[in-house]
Design a binder for this molecule. Structure first.
Ligand code: ATP
Ligand code: LTN
Length: 330
């Protein structure tokens, strides 16, 4: 039964979707789609905050749509759409820019990390403003709940601050949303560096498992994943690499980490990796096959996105209108 409570979330079409995106986000969307009114966005305007090749962006946009559907998101139940097809996102961003503060945006760790990588001097203004666009995404639909990975917690906190500030300055307008961050899979780490999160923008393909990787590639990447010193299969602070592998195992199978530890008692890292390679390769195979099938029919995908954009616009329009009116516009 749908409760009338709304969920909003999104992924950037900026690279290869990976296991972190799946376990931290998409998998949770699928599991609870029956309980909510859902909006799942392909946030292409966010992707543009760093340079993108236009042709590649178009292709990746369809790829994300195909993966949403292949993972089991039901387009009847959920509104699947592209952010750039709903101009209300950009307009609400401007209004929220007028209540967001330079100081609070300067403290966003994702901006600091990403700007540092390319040099702060040349980072786009849009990269700085990225969290305000994200707040607009969420507030436009009066979403109650936002299922994301751990890395988005700070952005969610800012969204809540902006909603409260706007409501205080101009009168009750926005729902103050809650983050929904699960324990397992919310922070999948890079396979070659357990201190860094698995990321789409990583230059090294061995660091992530792409959802469209072939099963053999998946097995190889798991086999080559970094491990820790020692030999016991235990999720402990001193073993960040093994902890990550166990967390992935738990996310893919629904088993608890202690249960998996027990299974590998007396066995070594090699056994764990061998089985995990199988678990992930087999687990992702149906998703991969279905997505590739869907990608064979781009017109069908575009149709679903057009339909989604229309439904999203209908939901976004009244919220934007009331924000405008409250601020003295229109
Ligand atoms: P990039 O690293 O290029 O910024 P990304 O891989 O973080 O991209 P996003 O599109 O920014 O991907 O994230 C989409 C969703 O996936 C968000 O909910 C985010 O929290 C989640 N997510 C991303 N990386 C991970 C990860 N390593 N573990 C768990 N969840 C993740
Ligand atoms: N910033 C998010 C992607 C994103 C998002 C959103 C997530 C953009 N708008 C709204 C949830 C709700 C990220 O994962 N990097």
């Amino acid at each position: 039964m749908q409760s009338g409570r709304r969920v909003f979330s999104g992924i950037q079409p900026s690279g290869n979707l990976h296991l972190g995106n799946y376990l931290g986000a998409i998998n949770n969307w699928v599991r609870q789609q029956e309980e909510y009114d859902n909006f799942f966005c392909i946030v292409d305007l966010h992707a543009l905050t760093v340079p993108q090749d236009p042709k590649e962006l178009r292709a990746k946009t369809r790829e994300v749509a195909a993966l949403y559907l292949a993972a089991g998101i039901d387009p009847e139940r959920c509104v699947i759409f592209r952010q750039s097809q709903v101009p209300e996102h950009a307009e609400l961003t401007w209004l929220l820019n007028c209540v967001a503060r330079f100081g609070e945006l300067s403290r966003m760790t994702q901006f600091k990390d990403k700007a540092q990588r390319g040099g702060t001097e040349t980072a786009s203004v849009a990269l700085f403003d990225y969290p305000v666009l994200m707040a607009a995404d969420i507030l436009l639909y009066n979403a109650h709940s936002v299922p994301v990975g751990e890395d988005q917690r700070q952005h969610l906190e800012l969204t809540r601050t902006l909603a409260r500030r706007f409501n205080h300055l101009y009168g009750e307008t926005f729902v103050v949303p809650e983050p929904m961050i699960l324990e397992t899979g919310a922070r999948v780490m890079a396979l070659d560096d357990p201190e860094a999160k698995m990321s789409k923008s990583s230059p090294s393909p061995g660091s992530y498992i792409a959802l469209l990787d072939e099963p053999e590639t998946v097995r190889r990447k798991v086999r080559r994943a970094k491990t820790d010193s020692g030999s016991e299969v235990k999720a402990i602070l001193e073993k960040p690499a093994i902890t990550n592998l166990l967390d992935i195992y738990a996310g893919m199978t629904g088993r608890s980490v202690p249960e998996i530890e027990e299974r590998y008692a007396g066995k070594g890292y090699g056994d764990l990796k061998k089985d995990l390679g199988e678990v992930v390769a087999e687990g992702l195979l149906p998703l991969r096959e279905r997505a590739l099938e869907l990608l064979d029919d781009p017109a069908e995908l575009d149709g679903i996105l057009e339909d989604g954009a229309e439904r999203a616009r209908a939901a976004a329009r009244p919220t934007l209108a009331s924000a405008r009116t409250r601020m003295g516009l229109g």
